[in-house]
Design a protein around this ligand. Structure first.
Ligand SMILES: CC(C)(COP(=O)(O)OP(=O)(O)OC[C@H]1O[C@@H](n2cnc3c(N)ncnc32)[C@H](O)[C@@H]1OP(=O)(O)O)[C@@H](O)C(=O)NCCC(=O)NCCS
Length: 177
């Protein structure tokens, strides 16, 4: 179901818990992330989606917003693209910032439903996201993004302060069908 900014802000503890479980991150890292997420809900073009159990427990969530200069992620990606790709991908772009499902609930279509809902609400001509490099055939996240026809925008990209390699993937909007 779609979530308003305040819905997410109210359930920030649960959101951070699902995020931590899905990504396997430690508590110290999550504290910093919590602060970022709290500011993200106020960004222009913010859209969010949540999946709840019947009794209201959070199973998964996703959110994004309009990608714009001055945002850290946008500026990193912009700096790595040539003029043509900058124009094509970043002019009117929705960034899918987070998409997570609690591990016990993964593999049952929740992530796909969340991504579909999020992209169908998104404003913009393109959608971009970043994801850690992984085996495209076995990684659940990669398979999901490929099913949604995301293509390579950057590969083996290093964001400052993170030693992992990331891919930046993109697709045009709107979603067909
Ligand atoms: C990536 C992630 C969001 C995907 O969510 P998910 O709910 O596991 O994904 P889905 O269930 O929609 O798709 C996964 C599988 O379910 C299958 N599926 C889709 N609809 C289904 C349905 N109705 N019933 C059963 N299976 C279904 C898909 O075919 C897919 O199979 P595959 O993984 O073998 O390719 C989730 O696994 C996750 O949070 N992972 C850890 C965090 C992460 O990597 N986040 C993204 C980082 S950028």
């Amino acid at each position: 179901m779609p979530w308003k900014p305040d819905d997410l802000a109210r359930r920030l503890d649960d959101v951070v818990a699902v995020y931590g479980e899905a990504m396997g991150y430690r508590a110290e890292l999550l504290e910093a992330r919590r602060g970022y997420i709290a500011t993200h809900v106020r960004r222009p073009g913010f859209r969010a989606v949540a999946t709840l159990t019947r009794d209201g427990h959070l199973v998964g969530f996703g959110y994004g917003y309009t990608s714009a200069g001055g945002q850290w992620w946008h500026d990193q990606v912009r700096g790595a693209l040539d003029d043509e790709n900058r124009k094509a991908w970043l002019t009117d772009c929705f960034e899918v910032v987070e998409l997570h499902v609690r591990p016990p609930a993964q593999g049952h279509g929740v992530g796909a439903r969340q991504l579909r809902t999020l992209l169908s609400m998104a404003a913009g001509r393109t959608a971009l996201l970043s994801t850690p490099e992984a085996d495209e055939r076995t990684s659940r996240a990669w398979r999901l993004y490929r099913r949604f026809e995301f293509v390579d925008v950057l590969r083996d990209f290093r964001f400052p302060g993170d030693e992992r390699a990331f891919a930046v993937l993109g697709r045009t909007l709107p979603l067909a069908g």
